[in-house]
Structure formats: structure tokens, C-alpha cells
Design a protein around this ligand. Structure first.
Ligand SMILES: *Cc1c(COP(=O)(O)O)cnc(C)c1O
Length: 430
């Protein structure tokens, strides 16, 4: 499969280059040249297929012959090491739980697929890959856990000292092995600046094979399409199906659109945001006005200029009318989100996280005028990840899952450093 840049369809690269580069040289995002439709036999068998069988078939079709079958199988095993169960919350309304991975959010899927592919490409060229990430908390943990023990890779996480929560910090400072945590006396912006500086340093470029695990990487998008098929396979005797996707950078939604393009019979998508409503506004008015983000309780979606918007436009050949028909967009306030968490818990005994609650609200909004649909909302994080907000809303204690408790018992190991580039460079070359 070739992957072109959304800024120039004539610039295309193979999977290896798309994955190692992340972003195209012209700052476009990589897209597969064709999105193959899966055969009828696949859809006939779908209800009986395991998550891994689905993942293998979808990936095989998307990445073509760029990976040997044995490697793809290994990558799928690594990526889908945990399930994404569908839970009925109300008659006709299902929660697709994407938080059963090591860091309790859907980003584990993308990070693990990417880690496995980078590990494979590193092996091809006999030089270890160094993955540099700056984090304000969640990205560092997902990436570090995904790359843990992947041969040929080393992860260096830079984080601002004293500015991430203890739970987040423990998830990337207690791992050891090929994961190094650099505790920077400075801010998140300092960490990001240091990483950017490292990528343009000629000396480092010569001596190391540096790459990032950026969320716009096509390898993070591909595995996110697997769980739409898996969710559909778990539905029985349904009406037309609508997926509601709580969105920030719109990676999850774009992956759903890819699944639909591959033949999954999704009748409608709903995208739901918090007050950072650039895309719902665009879908309703045709005007795209990126702007600085505002802070909300669903903070993983506090995005003012969504990076995957370019991919959405590209998938629809910039046909805004069709795009607005296929995707309904709604935005909700923090108060509406809290009320939804409270109501779903009180009436159904189900605990949602603030992001999932936004998805739920979007779904309900759509179902008001389309009651014959069967709805699935994506529950993107475990409620315990947002313990304070959730406990406040539902007035009940939320248990920390065992794997988070296990992290909390681990011993923190970090390397302290100042916010100067010289020190980072010495550490990387040591
Ligand atoms: C990243 C994130 C989102 C937003 O997903 P996008 O693919 O960027 O739209 C939603 N919920 C949670 C919990 C997240 O971590």
C-alpha cells in the first residue's frame, strides 16, 4: 500500500516511511491510496470472528504486502492483548469500552500498533530506534507501556517535574527496561521545545535514529478502525447502526469513517465535543474556524485546531455537503456532561467517564429524532482516570482498577535534568 500526503496526492511513500516519518515533509497527513472494501465473505463471518481475527483481516487489507504475514500476526497479538467489550447500558444503547488496556484509555490501541511496527522496522536496519516524547501526562504513559520490552526500541519520556499527577507519573517512571523518564525542572512547553530541538540537531541525527510517537501517525489510526468492526460483530438483531464518537483531534472518528469505507454498514456517525466545538460548528455552518482551546472536564478533548480534520476532508474529497450529512455534530457543556454521568449512573447503574458521557449525550440527541436506530457510544477512558470529576458527579466512590493500583505500588525512577538542551543531548548520547 502507498500512503499519500493530504497536501499533495502525488507525494506517496510506503508503510515503513509513513510510519517512521509520522508527518509528511509538506506537513500533510498520510492516507492510504486506496481504502479496499472487504469481501462479502468477511462480513458474513464477522459475528463469529475474534477481535484478533478481525484486526488481522482489516490490517491485511489496509497495509497490503508491506508486512510479512508472520509480522502482522505478531503486531496484532501485541495490539489486541485486551478486549473492547460492548456493554448494553439502556435498551438499544451500547457502550463500547475501550479502556481495558494498560493505561486505561483507547490510546493504548494506537500506541501499541505503532510500537510493534517501529520495533519491526528497527530490526530491519540493525539500529535501535529512540522514541522521544514530551508529555503532560497521558501520552507518556500510553507510549511507554506500548514500547516496554519491544526489542530494538528505546523510549525517552520528558515530563515537567511536579506537574503531572502521581498516577500518571507512576505509569511511566516505574517500568524500567527500555523506558527512561527524564524529569525536567520546567514546564510542559520546555519539554516540547527540547524534543523539537533534538529532532533538528545534526549531531543527534547522525548518531541516533530518532523518531516520535505522534498521534497523527497513520499507524495510530489504523488499529482504531478494528474496534468498529468488533463492536458491530457483537450487536445482535439491530436496526440501522449509529456510532457516537466523543472527539478532540478526531482520530477515532476518522478511523470509524475508514471502517465504513471498508464496507462496514454504519448508517450514521455522530461526533460529540465539549465546548471546543470547531467541528460541530463546521458541520452545521460550513465554516471552519480553528481557535485556542478552552479548558473543560473532558480535557483530553480540549482541542481548538483538530489535526485529523484534514483527513476527514480528504476522505470526502472536500465535499462538505456529503460530510455534513454523514456526520452529525453536537457540543455539550460541562454541566450537561456532569448531569449525564449522574443520570446514567442513577437510572442504569453504569459509570461513564466525562469523555464517554459526551459521546452518550451526542447519541441521545441524535436518537431523539431517529428512534429506530441502534446506538453505540465510544467509552474512551476508564472512569477512575478522572476520579475526582466522576465521584463528584455521581456522589459515589470509584474503584481504581487493579492495574492502576499495581502501578501505584511501583518504585519511581527518573533522571532529573534542567531545561537546557546540552544536558538532554549528553543524556541521549550516553
Ligand atoms: C484522546 C482522547 C479523546 C479524543 O480522541 P480523538 O481521537 O483525538 O478525537 C477522547 N477521550 C479520551 C479519553 C482521550 O484520551
Amino acid at each position: 500500500m502507498r500512503f499519500y500526503s493530504t497536501n499533495n496526492k502525488n507525494h506517496s511513500v510506503d508503510l515503513r516511511e509513513a510510519v517512521i516519518r509520522g508527518l509528511a515533509p509538506d506537513n500533510g497527513l498520510y492516507m492510504p491510496e486506496q481504502v479496499p472494501v472487504l469481501p462479502d465473505s468477511f462480513f458474513k463471518d464477522l459475528p463469529g470472528l475474534s477481535f484478533k481475527e478481525i484486526g488481522y483481516a482489516v490490517a491485511r487489507s489496509l497495509v497490503g504486502e508491506d508486512l510479512p504475514g508472520v509480522q502482522l500476526q505478531k503486531t496484532i497479538e501485541h495490539t489486541l492483548a485486551f478486549d473492547a467489550p460492548l456493554v448494553e447500558v439502556e435498551p438499544g444503547i451500547y457502550s463500547l469500552e475501550l479502556f481495558h488496556g494498560p493505561t486505561l484509555a483507547f490510546k493504548d490501541f494506537g500506541a501499541r500498533f505503532l510500537a510493534s511496527l517501529l520495533g519491526y522496522f528497527a530490526q530491519e536496519q540493525n539500529k535501535a530506534i529512540t522514541i522521544l516524547v514530551a508529555t503532560s501526562g497521558d501520552t507518556g504513559s500510553a507510549v511507554a507501556n506500548a514500547f516496554l520490552n519491544v526489542p530494538g526500541t528505546r523510549v525517552v519520556v520528558l515530563y515537567p517535574s511536579g506537574k503531572v499527577s502521581e498516577a500518571q507519573e507512576k505509569q511511566f517512571t516505574t517500568l524500567g527496561g527500555n523506558i527512561t523518564a527524564l524529569e525536567v525542572s520546567g514546564t510542559f512547553d520546555d519539554c516540547q521545545r527540547l524534543v523539537k530541538q533534538a529532532f533538528v540537531d545534526q549531531d543527534l541525527k547522525k548518531k541516533l535514529f530518532l523518531t516520535s510517537a505522534n498521534s497523527i501517525n497513520i499507524a495510530r489510526l489504523i488499529p482504531q478502525s478494528f474496534y468498529y468492526f468488533h463492536a458491530y460483530a457483537q450487536l445482535k438483531n439491530t436496526g440501522p447502526v449509529v456510532f457516537a464518537v466523543p472527539s478532540g483531534n478526531f482520530g477515532n472518528l476518522t478511523a470509524g469513517l475508514l471502517a465504513q469505507r471498508m464496507g462496514l454498514p454504519v448508517m450514521q456517525f455522530v461526533t460529540a465535543t465539549n465546548m471546543n466545538d470547531v467541528v460541530p460548528e463546521f458541520l452545521n455552518t460550513g465554516e471552519f474556524r480553528p481557535r485556542p482551546s478552552v479548558q473543560t472536564i473532558s480535557n483530553a478533548m480540549d482541542v481548538g485546531n483538530p489535526s485529523n480534520f484534514a483527513r476527514m476532508l480528504d476522505l470526502f474529497n472536500h465535499d462538505v455537503d456529503t460530510l455534513s450529512e454523514r456526520i452529525k455534530g453536537y457540543a455539550f457543556s460541562d454541566n450537561e456532561t456532569r448531569a449525564a454521568m449522574k443520570q446514567v449512573y442513577a437510572q442504569r447503574g453504569y459509570v461513564t467517564d466525562p469523555h464517554g458521557a459526551v459521546g452518550y449525550l451526542g447519541l441521545k440527541q441524535f436518537l431523539k429524532s431517529n428512534p429506530d436506530y441502534t446506538g453505540v457510544f465510544l467509552e474512551t477512558a476508564h472512569p477512575a482516570k478522572f476520579q475526582d470529576v466522576v465521584e463528584n458527579a455521581i456522589q459515589t466512590k470509584v474503584e481504581l482498577p487493579e492495574r492502576l493500583q499495581a502501578f501505584m505500588k511501583g518504585e519511581k525512577k527518573s533522571v532529573l535534568m534542567n531545561n537546557g538542551f546540552g544536558e538532554l543531548k549528553d543524556l541521549l548520547l550516553a
